[in-house]
Design a protein around this ligand. Structure first.
Ligand SMILES: [Zn+2]
Length: 690
């Protein structure tokens, strides 16, 4: 018999609660769901099974058999309320051992072996036949309950299976590697080859390819198990951020296809911020949404991971939680998954602040989501990402395995934090490359970047020199970046260049990224036609070394080079109004006046411009505690004729607006908002055009 399901609610701001109902408090927890979910305005419950501190490691078959009737009961209850039922086994291969030992319960279980020889007792090697047999049994029990989605956790990866950090280097993996390498290779020998300093050893690529293939084959196995029983169930993938997945060689499209099995595919990008530290944590969250989306097939359904560990207001306020949800919808997500309540059987109403917030904010979030979900392009300065970044990265001597991850996060933070929104869309007129990701690009791709506008940090500039593009970036030479203090007694960067907002004797500290450190810096030798736009000065303010250069090359492309290595520079001390003027000036020049969007009016914005077919959506989150007195969006590359603005009122209505003014000059539009924007009231405007 087909399960009866009431038509799902039309909420654009879809709430999917992730909730554990432990066996020893099942009835009470279920009754509470029945009572409060309508008030919380929840649309879907993703039931977590054998979760966190009360997990049994690899869940015993008998335990899951005993729990299965309860899943049916939850599903029936939810159906009565018109709420969707999905399932989230807490582990796939396992997140961590936490003192459990599954090898006694599952004799012959192959577990993960780390790059350093550490061995897990619970976390399974995905090639283990014993693990596969076990998973087939228990995932069949899960699938028999016919959930809308079964979520595969982010433990379906090759790092962070505590106590192991990176793996698997077990005998089965090494045997598979030997067939590819053509000879027996020990774990020590393989790891040394992967981490070899300088140009990568060919075994690194061979191993990363192998890992990617094994993980694709593993998720295909999960898909087969689920769809053999419940062909209508979709599979969902929790992930850990594409820059990190680079270090295991993940190929996103193939991974998604293997897991989806022809059904609609769900993605749960990480939002981080598992506990509240600073509003600036949202730079990571919003980037994880944009970048994960850029990696996955079009049509993927996104439900972000809003999570609060350990699930109290001590760890995260309701306001911060609200902002994280708002941010998810602002950046176009289809829903949020809410992991806000503990997995120890405590009633949700023990901390009522979260449930109240969910109910009260729903109308406003619906109004935001309905517009932000309309297909379109988030505009800005293009950031680079390449899924083969870790294949080509050069490591230094003594590098940690972690150093294989992809660079570039620092560019996103520095630009967004100074009011220059970023994007992974390819068609933008201006891009930034920091770190080594640019190594993964072909010569043709690099030429294309260099014939538009491109900003480089010292590391990226060095890579382009090596690749023979020195003339095109305006450099005769650039030294390998070294610790600044090895070059002499440097004091500050002088921003004297008037076209980029500078003045003589305008100094910003070189004690970067913060009080206790100093950055790595490259000695640049610009070609004669290049212009030095800032200098590094000594304690007597003498201009010693070029800090930033600007150059127009023979293709008509414009390039700016910063002598700093951004990965070792972009901390709290990097952010400053002088830096903001410099970067805004540089990117305006690089884009030849077509900079898609810049935001000003205060410090630490998270702003955006999204162009749809019929309107432009503008947003601003103020990520500082001081209210912004006013806001200005400057939109370049804007050919339409704007006719009016609507703003999203606190009551959740899109309303013709009185607080803003609109100016158009050529292909540039300025929108001025004249009222204060506090951190807990993000601002959204719709710009209508003819
Ligand atoms: Zn293994």
């Amino acid at each position: 018999m087909k399960t009866q399901r009431k038509p799902v609610s039309p909420d654009a701001a879809w709430y999917a609660l992730r909730r554990t109902l432990p066996p020893w408090r099942f009835k009470q927890n279920l009754r509470e769901l029945e009572r409060v979910l309508p008030r919380y305005r929840v649309n879907e419950v993703i039931v977590k099974v054998d979760t966190e501190e009360f997990s049994h490691g690899q869940p015993p078959v008998e335990w899951v058999q005993n729990y299965q009737p309860r899943l049916f009961e939850i599903k029936k209850t939810l159906a009565r309320l018109g709420i969707r039922y999905s399932l989230n086994p807490w582990i796939t291969v396992g997140h961590n051992d936490r003192g459990r030992d599954a090898t006694r319960q599952l004799p012959g279980l192959g577990t993960v072996v780390g790059h350093d020889g550490t061995v897990c007792r619970v976390c399974a090697c995905p090639l283990s036949e014993v693990w596969r047999g076990h998973v087939r049994t228990i995932w069949t029990l899960y699938a028999e309950t016919k959930p809308h989605v079964i979520w595969v956790e982010d433990d379906i990866r090759t790092f962070n299976h505590r106590p192991v950090r990176f793996g698997c280097f077990c005998p089965v993996h090494l045997r598979e590697f030997a067939t590819r390498a053509g000879r027996e290779v020990s774990r020590e020998e393989l790891v040394a080859a992967i981490l070899k300093p300088g140009p990568p050893h060919p075994w690194r690529a061979l191993y990363l390819e192998m890992q990617a293939e094994i993980m694709e084959e593993t998720v295909h196995f999960l898909e087969q198990v689920v769809h053999a029983v419940s062909p209508e169930t979709s599979l969902g993938l929790m992930s850990s951020g594409p820059r990190v997945h680079c270090l295991e060689g993940r190929r996103w499209q193939r991974m998604a296809e293997a897991l989806a099995g022809g059904r609609p595919f769900y993605s749960r990008p990480p939002m981080g911020n598992y506990h509240e530290q600073s509003l600036r944590g949202f730079y990571y969250s919003h980037d994880a949404i944009k970048l994960t989306r850029a990696c996955l097939p079009a049509g993927t359904i996104e439900q972000t991971e809003v999570e609060n560990v350990p699930f109290t207001q001590y760890s995260k306020s309701a306001v911060f939680t609200f902002l994280e949800i708002a941010l998810s919808y602002a950046y176009g997500a289809h829903g949020v998954t809410l992991n806000l309540f503990d997995h120890a059987g405590t009633p949700m109403e023990a901390e009522p602040a979260f449930g109240r917030m969910l109910g009260e904010k729903k109308d406003w979030l619906n109004a935001l989501a309905a517009r932000a979900q309309i297909p379109g392009r988030y505009r800005g300065i293009r950031l680079l990402h390449h899924e083969r970044a870790s294949f080509v990265k050069h490591l230094s001597a003594g590098a940690d395995y972690w150093d294989l991850h992809e660079d570039g996060d620092e560019a996103m933070r520095a630009l967004e934090g100074h009011g220059l929104p970023t994007t992974y869309e390819m068609e933008e007129p201006v891009a930034i490359a920091t770190g080594q990701t640019v190594r993964a690009l072909s010569d043709a791709e690099i030429e294309r970047l260099l014939s538009h506008g491109l900003f480089l940090d010292a590391v990226a500039a060095r890579v382009l020199l090596e690749r023979g593009f020195g003339e095109a970036v305006g450099l005769k030479w650039a030294e390998e970046p070294v610790f600044l203090d090895q070059l002499g007694p440097f004091a500050a960067e002088e921003f004297f260049y008037r076209s980029w907002g500078g003045r003589d004797r305008t100094y910003l500290t070189l004690t970067l990224p913060d009080l206790s450190s100093r950055p790595n810096v490259s000695v640049l030798q610009p070609v004669q036609r290049a212009v030095v736009t800032s200098w590094m000065v000594d304690p007597d303010t003498k201009r010693m070394l070029p800090a930033m250069t600007a150059y127009e090359n023979r293709w008509g492309g414009r390039v700016a080079v910063h002598a700093l290595e951004w990965a070792s520079s972009c901390g709290p001390a990097f952010f400053h109004s002088f830096r903001r003027h410099q970067l805004h000036g540089a990117f305006r020049w690089l884009s030849k006046g077509r900079l898609p969007v810049a935001v000003q009016g205060g410090v630490f914005p998270l702003g955006f411009r999204k162009d749809t077919e019929s309107f432009t959506l503008l947003g601003l989150f103020n990520l500082s505690l001081d209210p912004w007195p006013e806001v200005e969006w400057i939109l370049g590359d804007f050919s339409r004729k704007p006719v009016g603005i609507e703003w999203l009122t606190p009551e959740g209505r899109w309303q013709k607006d009185g607080a803003s003014a609109l100016g158009k000059k050529g292909r540039s539009v300025t929108i001025h908002w004249g009222e204060a924007v506090p951190f807990d009231r993000p601002l959204f405007l719709t710009l209508r055009w003819e």
